[in-house]
Design a binder for this molecule. Structure first.
Ligand SMILES: Cc1cc2nc3c(=O)[nH]c(=O)nc-3n(C[C@H](O)[C@H](O)[C@H](O)COP(=O)(O)OP(=O)(O)OC[C@H]3O[C@@H](n4cnc5c(N)ncnc54)[C@H](O)[C@@H]3O)c2cc1C
Length: 427
């Protein structure tokens, strides 16, 4: 079948088959070693290999403890399904990324983060245990007390340690499905840093900013779970219906859309109580929005910069983007906290993450991405594998010092395009 990542850069021809159930997974993987593929929401090539196992059939809820909030599910269950089922009952995921169309297996394997990295860390911090099928035909239970190193290699392990069949995660107690949210426009990046500092007591915070402007003005959003228990109305997302022949995101539309978004931020500034979906997943409001970038697709650059270097590094990155006359519609900034990373290859460090989407203009875009990466490495930052399509082996090695320990736990029967392009090759 043809398989594409979220960035739609390449149309891969792969041998994809579905795991039948969690009871057959180990035997299937043993007979045909291949990489797990979840909901395909990674932007680059971490979920792509010549042979993949689709986990869509692993969609069962297995157990829930109403006292502790411990939930056991199969690995193909979508985060959105957990939220929809449990939020009205007073429980939610403790960490969730910017889309709900992500499987539990994918969330663990990329150790995803959300708008609350500073207060709750990454998804992996809330995984109590998991079951891993290996290509040698064994099944391993992994947790902090059992197969600890394999557990740490699997959280953020990019699917390379085996196929997660099920996992137990600790949900968070909430009153209901609403968020008390506040929107604050800011004039420049200094104001963003001040707002981030003032918002440390808020559970969630994130900022969008106009990376084409010299000032870096934008909109800051922060929030906490609300005490409202009102039921939610069903949410009907729109669909981006077709792939246009060329990217709809270009210099003209970018300026217009960025200005429109900023204006919206100014008009809607202030406090309001909103359902969790538009707060956590604003992009999910339009399904298949990635089609807007046309047949050539787009790249995402996501880096994390250490706190001490963040201001200087950010200004260098933005200067370069302006010089290249490139721009990103989705320029997202988020402060990240000081956490004990749960996975050997977990992305994240105390500082700031920056995420940018660039339409694919071939060599010109590749050169820009390479230069951005150089700035990140120079300042001691690292790139996010789940978003990446261009990282060099040297950048990976510099950012992920546990590479060698991780490789001891890798399943020798599993590979991915990302692994072959970035991890396996010595710089
Ligand atoms: C709109 C949008 C917003 C996003 N926002 C964020 C964000 O805020 N924070 C963030 O961290 N990420 C974010 N992401 C990235 C996304 O959350 C991750 O790429 C996520 O891991 C995708 O999960 P998936 O189920 O689609 O997995 P896939 O993309 O299919 O696979 C991801 C990795 O997980 C492995 N894998 C999948 N299932 C299993 C399994 N059962 N066992 C073992 N390995 C498995 C694959 O081999 C692959 O290496 C965003 C993506 C989109 C499209």
């Amino acid at each position: 079948m043809r398989l594409q990542s979220w960035g739609r850069l390449t149309d891969y021809s792969v041998d994809a088959r579905a795991i039948d159930s969690r009871f057959t997974a180990t035997k299937q993987l043993n007979e045909r070693p291949a990489l797990s593929h979840g909901a395909g929401r990674s932007y680059g090539d971490v979920a792509i290999s010549q042979s993949v196992w689709l986990t869509t059939n692993l969609d069962r809820f297995i157990a829930f403890d109403h006292k502790s909030g411990h939930l056991t599910v199969e690995s193909g269950v979508l985060l959105g399904e957990i939220q929809r089922l449990f939020a009205p009952r007073g429980w939610m995921l403790p960490v969730t990324p910017g889309t709900q169309f992500v499987t539990v297996g994918g969330a663990i394997a990329n150790d995803v983060h959300g708008k609350n990295h500073h207060s709750a860390g990454t998804f992996g911090e809330h995984v109590l245990s998991l079951t891993l099928a290996r290509t040698d035909g064994t099944e391993r239970n992994c947790s902090e007390t059992e197969n600890k190193q394999l557990f740490e290699a699997t959280i953020g392990g990019l699917g390379l340690t085996g196929l997660i069949t099920e996992a137990t995660i600790k949900l968070k107690k909430v009153d209901g499905p609403w968020i008390d949210s506040e929107t604050i426009p800011f004039r420049n990046l200094d104001e963003f840093f001040e707002l981030s500092k003032d918002s440390e007591t808020f559970e969630y915070s994130v900022a969008w900013f106009d990376c084409t402007s010299k000032s870096g003005h934008g909109v800051f959003t922060r929030g906490n779970h609300s005490s409202s228990t009102k039921p939610l109305k069903p949410n009907r997302p729109k669909n981006f219906p077709f792939t246009p022949p060329v990217s709809l995101i270009n210099r003209v539309t970018l300026g217009l859309l960025n200005n429109a978004y900023l204006l919206l931020g100014v008009l809607t500034k202030g406090k309001k109580t909103i359902p969790f979906e538009p707060f956590f997943y604003p992009l999910d409001g339009i399904r298949h929005w990635n089609r807007a970038y046309g047949p050539k697709g787009f790249f995402q650059h996501q880096c994390v910069l250490p706190e001490t270097a963040a201001k200087v590094a950010l200004s260098e990155l933005l200067k370069l983007i302006r010089k290249a006359k490139a721009g990103s519609l989705l320029a997202v900034l988020k402060t990240t906290g000081e956490r004990d990373l749960p996975g050997l290859l977990s992305f994240g460090m105390k500082g700031v993450t920056l995420a940018l989407d660039f339409p694919n203009h071939g060599e010109k875009t590749l050169t820009l991405l390479e230069e951005l990466e150089e700035i990140v490495v120079k300042h001691g930052g690292r790139m996010n594998p789940s978003k990446d399509a261009t990282m060099s082996p040297a950048t990976f090695e510099a950012g992920y010092p546990n590479r060698e320990t991780f490789l001891k736990h890798k399943d020798p029967g599993i590979t991915s395009l990302f692994f072959e392009r970035v991890i396996e090759r010595k710089p």
